[in-house]
Design a protein around this ligand. Structure first.
Ligand SMILES: Cc1cc2nc3c(=O)[nH]c(=O)nc-3n(C[C@H](O)[C@H](O)[C@H](O)COP(=O)(O)OP(=O)(O)OC[C@H]3O[C@@H](n4cnc5c(N)ncnc54)[C@H](O)[C@@H]3O)c2cc1C
Length: 382
């Protein structure tokens, strides 16, 4: 039986107002889906994980994952706002009461957007502990210098969670120490040392690179304790992986549904193309892969929601569901023949969009390395 039926129906109602042509128009001009994000904010879905005491709905990760899955399954794109759900967790779990009171209610009401998460840097890639962006304590401020890349949605967000090094790498006993997390007020920062440059990508993703040139931020914007930022970010990553895995499940469902509809309708050689096993089998196979991945997502969310560590399940969820959505995207293109490449069918747009999830938020090889090392007990390969 399908869980969270009412929640799914509610999301479907919002998504109905944003059909394919809305996304096609944005895609052409690489524009941010302001109206869609506003509608999701107004309906409260982006505040699902914010506790009721701060004005959110205080639901669990599974509920949030169903919301994102449903957005994708209805042909929309949650990547414009999914970060608010998991980035907010760093503040919720590690921020001071004063920070939570100051920001969470405004995030829940939609007055403030916390959509940007600046971790990746051009020179270090997946090797996060080597990031070079520095935050130096100067009186009551931290002075930030350095560069980030792929900081998505920074042009459409009020706040950004930043990971920077507060103690140089050669002065810490462990490379995961000495990194700190900060909340950056983007509007203020762009007037005093922060420059944002958009990056053009194969899909409409509003991603950017960011340069810090002696940007000063108040010390009160440090989240939690100085030097522990890596751990704070890390514990939010399981939620991020499970949520993005749910989006992949939604994408896979969308591709499969569109393909089956088309395969039943399209007649070639006097019969529906769906009657051919060459069309049926790839769809049947990916349906099975998607269902298996979905079970792993459900299991990961269940473990997360019970407060236990779900690193293994979160990683496996992202691996299996991003592969399933990509397999579904390929099957959809093949099923639609030439029309798969026509923008008005949305297949090619979703095809480009779903490809990302085998690279970001974490590339597939690193997930496999995690499983090999931490689950199977094999030697670390890097
Ligand atoms: C559109 C987009 C949006 C993004 N949004 C954000 C964001 O909002 N915030 C943010 O901080 N980051 C963001 N990212 C960055 C994303 O998380 C990284 O791109 C991703 O983690 C991979 O890092 P990299 O690109 O530096 O690749 P690299 O680390 O350079 O890796 C390149 C390739 O080498 C492989 N590789 C590297 N090391 C190993 C190893 N030891 N063993 C086997 N294979 C290895 C990788 O698997 C990959 O295939 C985004 C990226 C994209 C493309």
């Amino acid at each position: 039986m399908e869980e969270h039926k009412e929640l799914r129906k509610g999301v479907q109602t919002v998504c109905k107002d944003y059909p394919g042509n809305y996304w096609q128009a944005l895609d052409k001009e690489e524009k941010y889906p302001q109206e869609f994000v506003q509608a999701l904010t107004n309906s409260g879905y982006l505040a699902t994980l914010i506790p009721e005491k701060y004005g959110g709905s205080g639901l669990n990760l599974r509920a949030a994952s169903v919301i994102l899955e449903e957005i994708q399954a209805n042909g929309c794109n949650g990547s414009a706002c999914h970060a608010q759900m998991y980035t907010m967790g760093v503040l919720l779990r590690h921020g001071s009461e004063a920070q939570k009171e100051k920001y969470l209610a405004d995030i829940a009401s939609g007055k403030l957007r916390l959509q940007a998460f600046a971790v990746t840097e051009p020179n270090v890639g997946s090797d996060t502990t080597r990031i070079q962006t520095r935050a130096e304590k100067v009186g009551n401020t931290y002075r930030i210098n350095g560069q980030k890349i792929w900081t998505s949605r920074s042009m459409y967000s009020d706040l950004m969670v930043l990971l920077a090094r507060t103690t140089p790498l050669d002065k810490v006993s462990k490379k995961t120490h000495g990194l700190s997390a900060f909340l950056v007020d983007l509007k203020k920062a762009t007037q005093s040392g922060l420059t944002i440059r958009p990056i053009q990508t194969m899909m409409n993703h509003s991603t950017t690179e960011i340069f810090f040139d002696n940007l000063e931020i108040p010390s009160e914007n440090l989240i939690g304790e100085e030097g522990k930022g890596f751990y704070y970010i890390l514990d939010g990553m399981n939620a991020e992986r499970l949520l993005i895995a749910s989006e992949c499940i939604g994408d896979a469902k969308w591709f499969i549904q569109k393909s089956c509809e088309y395969a039943n309708k399209r007649v070639v050689f006097d019969r529906p193309i769906g009657q051919n096993q060459g069309i049926q089998f790839p769809l049947a196979r990916v349906y099975a892969s998607m269902c298996a991945a979905e079970l792993m997502v459900q299991k990961g969310c269940e473990i997360f929601d019970s407060g236990l560590s779900c690193a293994k399940e979160a990683n496996m969820s992202l691996l299996l569901s991003s592969e399933a959505s990509w397999e579904a995207a390929n099957a959809a293109i093949q099923t639609h023949g030439g029309f798969g490449f026509a923008a008005e069918y949305d297949i090619e747009r979703k095809f480009r969009e779903t490809r990302l999830y085998q690279v970001a938020p974490l590339s597939k090889n690193l997930i496999l390395s995690y499983i090999a090392e931490h689950v199977l007990g094999l030697p670390r390969s890097y």
